[in-house]
Design a protein around this ligand. Structure first.
Ligand code: TRP
Ligand code: SF4
Length: 400
């Protein structure tokens, strides 16, 4: 069985907060049980906006990796690594840059958006324009099938698909492609080969996307197929050349909108976060200080949960019985706001307890983290080198 590969990356922002946990990390932890997963720190991507102040990147990287481990990302299941420690990403980025039309980069919506958002910084740089291309290289170098990302990153995945398609189109037409396909087909066995042709026709004539998925599943059933033959047949299916680079798909995480301690979305730039391993006293303090429905000036003024920033936290952390208690107690002034906040405080502390526990070991023995990442870098590099060998060969750049 040729398992689908999952890859995702994060820029090194240092300590992560509960918004990252609910929005991203919980999803990674689930995925690592379902697919071979690669998770990496995009430290070069940090440089695209932080080129004037790169000193914090290394520290932020280690902090963030400890948070991944604390959240339950398991190095026995997933490969954890650092982008800059696999320099093949840079080589692929460079080679892809040769065939990337400037207009494609200028049209990626995050380009202008981010430039406007960070207007106090000069982002009319070559590196910043190339941000999505570096991301495409990150993805394509592992032939990742699925990339778990938030909504904002979808244009980057779409861009990566276009780059893969363009690369395959330009360089996938190896000599003797048709003959090689015919030979690969004999390895499927007569019955499967017939089924494959049927599905291919259905895809190419009627554009039925399920046909291509079924045909790919059929290829996955044949362990005797070499990687090269598998790529050829995938390319043949889609009517391009040999599929050297795999087109990735975004795996959209249902946007868990994690509220911060002011009712807005939790985000570092709003200063309303609770970090993954924040100490209990600070968590308690932040929640007790949180504003509530302004109508509740005195303890016996009734309130309305719909007007209170604590209420969205109950949506995340409380069960139905607790929420009914809040609604009733708030509207009748039967409970006080501190009383109402207590179940949320308790739930957050309960959620953080195992994270704090897991992190302790890594904080006490930082060499454990180094070892995990060294092993991850090695594994990632091995995969990246395989792809680069094929990429160089497709371009005819073998000097060996
Ligand atoms: N651009 C992504 C972000 O800001 C980070 C990233 C870099 C990434 N390379 C990637 C995500 C490859 C997924 C795959 O969140
Ligand atoms: Fe908010 Fe709870 Fe106070 Fe009502 S009782 S205003 S929901 S904190």
């Amino acid at each position: 069985m040729y398992a689908q590969r999952v890859l995702s990356g994060m820029r090194p922002t240092g300590s992560l907060h509960l918004g990252h946990y609910h929005g991203v990390l919980k999803n990674w932890v689930r995925l690592q049980n379902e697919y071979p997963c690669l998770f990496f720190v995009a430290d070069w991507h940090a440089l695209t906006t932080q080129y004037d102040d790169p000193q914090g990147i290394v520290g932020a990287t280690w902090e963030m990796i400890i948070d991944w481990l604390a959240a339950g990302v398991d190095p026995a299941r997933a490969t954890l690594f650092i982008q800059s420690q696999v320099p093949e990403h840079a080589e692929l980025h460079l080679l892809l840059s040769m065939m990337t039309p400037l207009g494609w980069l200028e049209r990626v919506p995050t380009y202008k958006d981010q430039q406007e958002k960070l207007e106090n910084k000069d982002l009319s740089t070559y590196g910043f324009l190339g941000y999505p291309l570096l991301q495409a290289a990150d993805i394509l170098i592992y032939r990742a099938d699925k990339v778990p990302v938030g909504e904002d990153q979808v244009p980057h995945i779409e861009f990566s698909r276009e780059i893969a398609r363009r690369f395959n189109h330009l360089y996938g037409r190896e000599a003797g492609f048709a003959e090689k396909v015919a030979e690969a087909l004999t390895r499927l066995g007569a019955r499967r080969a017939r089924r494959y042709e049927e599905l291919r026709t259905r895809y190419q004539e009627q554009g039925e996307p399920s046909a291509i998925e079924r045909a790919q599943a059929l290829l996955d059933e044949v362990p005797a197929l070499s990687l090269a033959d598998r790529e050829r047949l995938r390319g043949h299916l889609e009517g391009t050349g040999k599929m050297i680079l795999v087109e990735p798909a975004a795996l959209l995480t249902a946007a868990a909108r994690m509220p911060g301690v002011d009712g807005q979305k939790m985000s570092k730039s709003y200063g309303n976060t609770i970090t993954l391993r924040e100490d209990a006293a600070s968590v308690t303090h932040k929640l007790r200080r949180m504003p509530t429905d302004p109508a509740r000036i005195r303890r016996n003024d009734p309130g309305e949960p719909g007007n209170c920033p604590v209420w969205p936290l109950h949506q995340v952390y409380s069960d139905e019985a607790c929420r009914a208690w809040v609604e009733q107690g708030c509207r009748s002034a039967g409970i006080g706001c501190l009383e109402c906040k207590q179940p949320v405080i308790d739930a957050i502390l309960r959620e953080q307890a195992p994270m704090r526990e897991r992190a302790r070991e890594y904080i006490e023995q930082p060499e454990l983290v180094r070892e995990i990442v060294a092993e991850g870098n090695r594994k990632a590099r091995h995969l990246a080198r395989e792809t680069m060998r094929d990429v160089r060969q497709a371009l005819g750049l073998n000097f060996g």
